[in-house]
Design a protein around this ligand. Structure first.
Ligand SMILES: Cc1cc2nc3c(=O)[nH]c(=O)nc-3n(C[C@H](O)[C@H](O)[C@H](O)COP(=O)(O)O)c2cc1C
Length: 399
């Protein structure tokens, strides 16, 4: 069973993840994790924090000589900013109340108010330090391990931004591009968009909302290719792959909607145009791009986004998520001070103006984690050698 837990505050000394259940013998390289940590920090429209932090992982358990040992893997990412926050975030009592920099003014759109009420705090810093998307750093590190596992079986996970504010990449353009071409374009783009002609317009939008003290959200898509049919489980609601993907994506900070395949668009179509005809060919040349092992069965279209009945069906898994605009603005939003009960204009603070490209990279990690969990459930093994044997036996059984 693949499990993980993360800990760490945004301005604490470090972020930590403990991952248990990865098979022994899995090649693990810190450089692969660092590559994704770096991708998470990028994107046009990020705030000052990302200029301070240059995340690198330290692997302190579970890996020896470049291979997973089968024991829990502990990953640590240090917060460089911690130096300026030692008194404010001190684990030991601090005399100087000023030094604690208490936050009594809850920011709309954040966890601040519900959090202080729930935990009986008077200082919202005790909430916001953990509510921050900084916590996703460790999820990305865990996701990189899961990507390494999936790659052993030809499964790849990528992402791109499909909408930024009102600007939308044409779905027809995306459909006309190979997955390799989308990846090439996206990795060369500061906004992870596959249509270079829209990039300048999107940057102008970010610049103009920033000049207005405002922020902007968007939509991103995550695609997993090479996924075999049969991951997830139709038999129990909480084992369904679509449900687990929905949970993982909805739990990401600022995500307010998730679609799989056609998603909401499917609801607008008649059934005859929403479902994917089943075809069969023994020749891999006939199978659609990104198709995974499924015994020669494939779909003419992929409106289902690679999942039917809560199980992968061999087609690429396609997930989209809608990110709300960042809630911390340079212009004010009305709020009420928790201590004095007096109204105030919520703090005008420097933060990200747009973090949709970063959220897309985090989305890759979330999908990789859910797929790796479902993969290990189906082919469960203690070592990579055993896992490959189980996987190959299943693929053979598909015919
Ligand atoms: C990659 C990423 C970066 C974010 N950066 C910021 C930020 O700089 N400022 C901010 O106010 N919110 C930011 N957010 C969003 C908040 O973390 C989130 O809106 C807040 O914790 C409330 O949670 P909720 O929106 O899920 O309700 C970011 C989210 C993500 C995914």
């Amino acid at each position: 069973m693949l499990r993980y837990m993360t800990s760490g505050e945004s301005h604490g000394p470090q972020l930590t993840a403990i991952v248990s259940g990865l098979p022994a013998g899995l090649p693990v390289r810190a450089a692969d994790i660092d590559r994704d940590l770096h991708r998470r920090q990028g994107g046009y429209g990020r705030g000052g924090r990302m200029a301070i932090e240059h995340d690198v992982v330290r692997i302190v358990s579970g890996v020896r000589h470049g291979f997973a040992m089968g024991s829990p893997i502990t990953l640590i990412v240090e917060n460089r900013d911690w130096k300026s926050w030692q008194a404010i975030m001190s684990a030991e009592p601090v005399e100087d109340v000023e030094g604690k920099r208490a936050v009594t003014r809850p920011r709309p759109g954040h966890a601040d108010l519900a959090g202080i009420q729930k935990f009986a705090h008077t200082d919202a810093r005790n909430i916001l330090e953990r509510a921050s998307a900084r916590a996703t750093t460790t999820q990305v590190a865990v996701g990189a391990l899961c990507k390494a596992l999936l790659a052993e079986f030809g499964i790849r996970v990528g992402s791109h931004v499909t909408e930024l504010g009102h600007i939308k990449v044409s779905p027809e353009l995306i459909a006309s591009l190979s997955l390799d071409e989308i990846e090439r374009r996206v990795e060369a783009s500061e906004l992870r968009v596959a249509d270079p002609s829209l990039e300048a317009e999107m940057k102008r939008l970010i610049d103009s909302v920033k000049a207005d003290g405002d922020t902007v959200g968007g939509v991103f898509e995550v695609i997993a290719t090479g996924v075999p049919s049969g991951l997830g489980n139709v038999m129990n609601w909480d084992e369904r792959l679509d449900g687990r993907i929905g949970q993982a994506f909805m739990a990401l900070q600022a995500i307010k909607g998730v679609e799989i395949g056609l998603g909401f668009e499917g609801a607008r179509r008649p059934g005859s145009e929403a479902h994917d005809p089943i075809l069969y060919s023994e020749h891999s040349a006939d199978w659609p791009e990104g198709h995974g092992p499924s015994g020669g069965f494939y779909r003419k279209t992929n409106g289902a986004g690679g999942i039917e009945g809560g199980m992968s069906n061999g087609e690429p898994i396609v997930v989209r998520a809608a990110m709300k605009p960042i809630a911390t603005l340079m212009r004010s939003i009305q709020s009420v001070d928790f201590a004095t009960r007096q109204p105030f204009d919520a703090s005008k603070e420097r933060s990200d103006v747009c973090a949709v490209p970063a959220a897309a990279v985090i989305g890759e990690s979330l999908l990789a984690i859910v797929l790796a969990q479902a993969f290990l459930e189906k082919f469960g093994a203690d070592s990579l050698v055993e896992l490959k044997r189980n996987y190959e036996g299943y693929i053979e059984s598909l015919g």
